[in-house]
Design a protein around this ligand. Structure first.
Ligand code: A3P
Length: 332
């Protein structure tokens, strides 16, 4: 089903010396039953070595037709969109949102393929969950369960400016894994697709190409920041849910950065704790990595050098423009 190769180059060696995982490149060999233009050629995706033995199980996972999949490149607003979608699908159940952790309400599909573990808990948890499930994944089309395309499950895809996602990913990585490389080394690794879930550009383009299909909703982090109320209206319509103006306003409030950060069941610290446990780090509520970091648009300008900014803008323009995707190669 896949062609899998170990990635070996100086960036990866350096990365591993700094405590990062080994990496593979994985390319589908089968015919994926998704309606995407014939001209689109799947590219290999970079994944941790742990993914290798599980790739087929993930691709063969049997989905339910009424599943809703939240798919993103990492750090593009996944948690925010999970919380939004879970609330819309669950009659705005604020009580449950504030008592059950987001990691349990909306399961991270491939987590057990990303870390060293022998467990297969997530498949059991998913199978036990009542429908409709809201499932999180960062997998590109080529690695997602084939059944999603056969059953035409609803997918909410969220894109974010790569420059902001990179900076967010760098803090996530240095805060949650043994990785100790410099920011320059990290950016270089990610730009040359030597980082998990890369390539960012392919990830976004694939979903952009299928965005007009009725089961796909393509959103951006920046639009969510600009006008969350409108995004909630659009998403409710997509999910065939109806809410009053008052309810939508209360959901806007619930989804604000400050509010989500404040609530332990919404701020994704559950995932931080789980990843600390994998690395045998001691978790401290106050000093450990805060998942809800800044939540801003354009924050990269304070942390990324102008030469990296120019390089990313140039490559984004070169890759996105031919497909009519006029985002993320200018100022955010
Ligand atoms: P920053 O690190 O730039 O702050 P993901 O969930 O895909 O990993 O994305 C995490 C990013 O989304 C983080 O970005 C986080 O702060 C931001 N985020 C999460 N919830 C948010 C919210 N309610 N409003 C704005 N940004 C949010």
């Amino acid at each position: 089903m896949f062609r899998i190769e170990d990635i070996q180059n100086p960036i990866v060696d350096n990365f591993q010396r700094n405590g990062g995982s080994g990496l593979i490149s994985i390319l589908p060999l089968d015919n994926i039953p998704v309606d995407i233009p014939n001209s689109w050629k799947y590219k290999p995706t970079c994944m941790p070595v742990e993914y290798k033995s599980r790739a087929e199980a993930f691709a063969n996972f049997k989905v339910r037709k009424d599943d809703i999949w939240i798919v993103t490149y990492p750090k593009c607003g996944t948690t925010w969109t999970q919380e939004m979608t879970w609330m819309l699908m669950n009659d705005l159940n604020f009580d449950e949102a504030k008592s059950v952790d987001i990691t349990q309400r909306s399961i991270y599909f491939e987590l057990e393929g990303m870390i060293p573990t022998d467990e297969w808990k997530h498949f059991d948890l998913l199978n036990e969950q009542k429908s409709p499930r809201v499932i999180k994944s960062h997998l590109p089309i080529s690695l997602l369960p084939r059944d999603i395309w056969r059953k035409k499950c609803k997918i909410i895809y969220v894109a974010r400016d790569f420059k902001d996602a990179i900076i967010s990913f760098y803090h996530h990585f240095t805060g949650m894994t043994p990785y100790k490389g410099s920011i320059e080394e990290f950016i270089e690794g990610i730009l040359t697709d030597n980082m998990i879930y890369c390539s960012y550009w392919n990830h976004v383009l694939e979903f952009w190409l299928i965005r007009e299909q009725p089961n796909i909703l393509f959103l951006t982090f920046e639009d969510m920041k600009k006008d969350l109320k409108t995004i909630l209206e659009v998403t409710s319509k997509f999910l065939k849910k109806e809410y009053t103006e008052k309810q939508i306003c209360s959901l806007v409030e619930h989804l604000s950065f400050d509010n989500m950060k404040k609530h332990s069941t919404c701020n994704n610290q559950g995932l931080v704790k789980a990843l600390y446990a994998v690395s045998n780090y001691e978790y401290n509520e106050k000093t450990s990595f805060q998942f809800m970091r800044k939540g801003q648009v354009g924050g990269y300008k304070k942390e990324m050098s102008s030469s990296f900014i120019d390089r990313i803008n140039l490559k984004t323009k070169e890759l996105f423009e031919p497909y009519g995707l006029n985002l993320y190669y200018g100022d955010s």
